[in-house]
Design a protein around this ligand. Structure first.
Ligand code: FAD
Length: 323
């Protein structure tokens, strides 16, 4: 049965995050021929609305207010609940991002709804929409069917492909006026840590280093390889604990969960807690001088060798291909 689905668009530094388009594609699958309404919340965000139409949204609603310039749980909850009240959707889709993970349970509890979080696959089975999500740190998958109430899900970034962009597809962006009151937290400014390049959680290629990288400067060849491939640098907790890099790069159970197209693991052993954050990567290449290293168990391609010899060779070869 066709449904109306509200999907939340996310904006970072003035641009739509890719997960916004993935959420529209997920919304389309759930809507089953129904309507997908993309919601943009913030201050001065309506100019981004046309891109949401190009990626498949049937309707775009903006809630703009200077109190929504920065994300706050109270402000965004009020804005989104007003949209839900106006649209009366049968389902909601958010990204399983820091914002989505904070906001979705609040909205679910306000609506007295269940929530299926961290969905990686949406499939059809006998007329039912089935939501697949990893459990036990990615060692197993469970399949859920929502039989009653709102179809409310968060989707893991980089797992559901956005629909192809239809250049020139446009529509009318509808604005909803919402009186934002009683903010318990007012964020005056956000100072982002200077990072060079691609956001780790949305990167298509990740070159990750472990304790085998041996020092901060040991990460330089990894950075060079990542830059060459248009990717980002990640790390094991071993490397972060040893102060070779910042904890913001940590991948794993207590770090970021990533699903790039290509994950190049350099000098990391493949501890279960690390694999919880990267084992769903599409192609895994492991470089380790220990042929018994655990990481080879999940690798599609394994190179037994010293990373300080192998990584420069890869850089040389990729430079030739790019030349
Ligand atoms: P090591 O296990 O020391 O491995 C280093 C590897 O480098 C070895 O395999 C070695 O053969 C190889 N090597 C050395 N020199 C070279 C060289 N020159 N060339 C090629 N290979 C070389 N870990 C995470 O990563 N993420 C998490 O989120 C996380 N969460 C945790 C949560 C809990 C509750 C606990 C208890 C632990 C957690 N850990 C996490 C830590 C995890 O258990 C491991 O200790 C950690 O991942 C090990 O990091 P590593 O692989 O870099 O180091």
């Amino acid at each position: 049965m066709s449904k109306k689905i509200v999907v939340l668009a996310e904006v970072r530094e003035g641009a739509l995050r890719n997960v916004s388009f993935e959420a529209i594609a997920a919304g389309k699958k759930i809507a089953d021929g129904g309507e997908v309404v993309s919601v943009l919340i913030g201050d001065n965000v309506s100019s981004l609305g046309q891109e949401l139409f190009a990626f498949g949204a049937d309707k775009v609603i903006t809630v703009e207010n200077d109190k929504l310039k920065q994300y706050s749980s109270d402000g965004y909850s009020q804005a989104l609940l007003a949209v839900i009240e106006a649209e009366k959707p049968e389902g909601l889709v958010f990204g399983h991002t820091a914002l989505g993970k904070d906001l979705s349970p609040r909205i679910a509890s306000r609506l007295k709804s269940g929530l299926v979080s961290d969905v990686t696959v949406i499939e059809e089975d006998g007329g039912e929409t089935v939501f697949v999500r990893p459990i036990y740190s990615g060692k197993a998958f469970e399949k859920k069917i929502i039989t009653d109430g709102l179809v409310f899900v968060t989707i893991r970034p980089n797992n559901i492909d956005p629909l192809p962009k239809e250049e020139g597809k446009s529509g009318e962006v509808t604005s909803l006026n919402v009186n934002i009151t009683d903010l318990r937290t007012i964020i005056k400014d956000v100072v982002r840590k200077a990072t060079d390049g691609v956001d780790l959680s949305e990167a298509k290629v990740i070159v990750a280093g472990g304790r085998g990288v041996k020092s901060e400067s040991g990460f330089e060849p990894l950075k060079e390889l990542a830059d060459l491939l248009g990717g980002a640098v990640g790390a094991s907790r071993g490397a972060c604990d040893a102060e070779y890099c910042d904890y913001s790069l940590q991948i794993g159970q207590t770090g970021k969960v990533v699903t790039p197209d290509l994950y190049i693991a350099c000098g990391l052993s493949g501890a279960i807690q690390h694999m919880a954050g990267m084992s769903n990567s599409k192609v895994i290449v492991a470089i380790n001088k220990d042929p018994e290293a655990n990481i080879f168990k999940v690798a599609d391609y394994g190179i037994v060798g010293d990373l300080f010899e192998v990584v420069p060779l890869l850089i040389e070869e990729f430079k030739k291909i790019k030349a």
